[in-house]
Write a protein that binds this ligand. Structure first.
Ligand code: RP5
Length: 167
């Protein structure tokens, strides 16, 4: 099975990044996790990106806050799919990171999830791998079925509770 690379711009992004690490683990997907900065370690970030295909990586998750150029810098150096996670850091609540991550020039896309959306980034990465992995695809379908059952149960519970109040 292909791996997923997770790269964060600073150790301060770790609490958000762990949502992606833990979600990938739930799907049994192996992760390569690194702290590398587009600004503070540009050479290492580039070297890491160039190594990914040789490491059997099928998708990359890049997390950064503020002037969040990491996902774009990774995308500039690979044709692997890059998923960007804007991190809320500094005084602007993550809007700065969202715009820095999502507003890529034509030709170099970054699939950007919500501010702090590391769990969805991991699920999207699993979906990328699942295109050519039937077992992963089935796990995704099972998870969708579980979500559906949970919502229908909540729907039933609230209506039963309201009926009991009326009685
Ligand atoms: C970004 O700046 C990092 O991704 C982090 O979200 C933010 C702040 O970094 P630190 O100053 O906490 O290292 O590059």
């Amino acid at each position: 099975m292909k791996k997923v690379a997770i790269v964060m711009g600073s150790a301060s992004d770790k609490p958000v990044a762990m949502d992606a690490v833990n979600t990938l683990a739930q799907y049994g997907v192996q992760a390569i996790v690194r702290v590398l900065s587009a600004h503070r370690t540009p050479q290492e970030a580039r070297d890491f990106t160039l190594s990914l295909e040789g490491e059997g990586v099928g998708a990359v998750i890049a997390l950064a806050g503020m002037a969040a150029h990491l996902a774009g810098a990774v995308a500039a150096n690979t044709v692997l799919p890059v998923i960007g996670v804007p991190v809320a850091s500094g005084g602007l609540g993550g809007l700065d990171a969202l715009l820095s991550t999502v507003q890529m020039p034509s030709g170099i896309p970054v699939a950007t999830v919500a501010v702090g959306g590391a769990k969805n980034a991991a699920i999207l990465a699993v979906q990328v791998l699942a295109v050519s992995d039937e077992k992963l695809r089935q796990k995704l379908l099972d998870q969708r079925a579980a979500m559906r059952a949970a919502v229908l149960k909540a729907d039933q519970d609230i209506n039963e509770a309201l009926k009991a109040q009326e009685a």
